[in-house]
Design a protein around this ligand. Structure first.
Ligand code: ATR
Length: 296
């Protein structure tokens, strides 16, 4: 019997740097699936037509990235509750009934890789999050869902941190199970103040800013101070693999979490939504590492 063929892809603009096509195509090949994943370069003016085309052409699923993660929402039929809380979508699936459902696998992917690499138990933790952009929002929602005790947000532009804190507080208020998780506080710390204290007293410190990303490899978002072996330091920057921030954390004896994990696990969770199969994570990771080596 002929294998069922399906088309997937990514909607982005520009799409040139995306690693999703190699990650998914190699995963399909590994599982012997006759599926193909195509990079679609969709300028904002064509987004509405492109989304309609998914249905018209029966494209089984797509990832969505810059600049469409938020603007695609009005064109979808259903939204997963976490995607709704985050206010951004990175995965869209065409359902059996021909409807488009949006998900966000960034936050869950981040948490999965953090747990796998560090073994951290998030319940009751005191967390410092640097940055207040889209990645911070996705990660913030999932940290609260995981039952951390305290989330402190610090961002160069303070108003953005305040807005993110307000957004997360509204999410927390809407959550039905919040009592079960115990009290959770969300606050904002001034950027200069956090620079002075160097993150001392937190059990998990996460960089969600782009500081330290290639070619600015000699920059770090925070000169870390007073870390111990029970502190976990995490960076979502994956190029270079070990940023200056993570090098500093390692030198102080902290446990570290690399940015590549979030990229791979958001893809692995999207793969599961697309195909129904567990993703071959090692294959996806190997594809990404090879791509980074070749494009260094
Ligand atoms: P993403 O969606 O990937 O999170 P983003 O929304 O552009 O990207 O957010 C980038 C984050 O990196 C922001 O928090 C930004 O801080 P500002 O809000 O002050 O712009 C942060 N960032 C970028 N360059 C920075 C720098 N040189 N120093 C400190 N923070 C920086």
């Amino acid at each position: 019997m002929a294998q069922e063929r399906k088309l997937f892809g990514i909607l982005a603009h520009p799409v040139g740097h995306s690693m999703s096509p190699i990650m998914h195509n190699e995963a399909f090949a590994k599982l012997g699936l006759a599926y193909y994943y195509h990079p679609f370069d969709v300028p904002p003016i064509h987004l509405a037509d492109a989304v309609q085309a998914l249905k018209a052409l029966g494209i089984a699923g797509v990832n969505v990235t810059i600049p469409h993660k938020e603007s695609i929402i009005p064109y979808l039929d259903h939204l997963d509750p976490e995607a709704e809380a985050i206010g951004a979508v990175n995965t869209v699936v065409l359902t059996q009934e021909g409807r488009l459902k949006g998900y966000n696998t960034d936050g869950a992917g981040y948490i999965q890789s953090l747990r796998k690499e560090t073994g951290i138990e998030l319940n009751h933790k005191k967390v410092l999050m640097l940055g207040a952009g889209g990645a911070a929002k996705a990660i913030g929602v999932y940290l609260l869902k995981e039952g951390i005790a305290e989330l402190v947000i610090a961002n160069r532009t303070k108003e953005k941190a305040v807005r993110l804190a307000q957004h997360l507080k509204r999410y927390q208020e809407r959550r039905a199970d919040k009592q079960a998780k115990g009290e959770q506080t969300i606050s904002v710390l001034d950027w200069p103040l956090v620079q002075q204290t160097g993150g001392e007293g937190f059990q998990l410190i996460i960089n969600t800013t782009s500081v330290g990303m290639w070619p600015h490899v000699d920059q770090s978002p925070l000169a870390l101070k007073g870390l111990g072996s029970d502190t976990v330091v995490s960076d979502i920057v994956y190029n270079p693999r070990e940023t200056l921030f993570l090098k500093q954390a390692k030198a102080q004896g902290a446990k570290i979490h690399y940015g590549l994990g979030m990229l791979i696990y958001q893809g692995a969770l999207a793969f599961k939504l697309f195909t129904g199969y567990e993703a071959p994570v090692n294959t996806m990771e190997a594809a990404v590492r090879r791509f980074l080596e070749e494009n260094r």
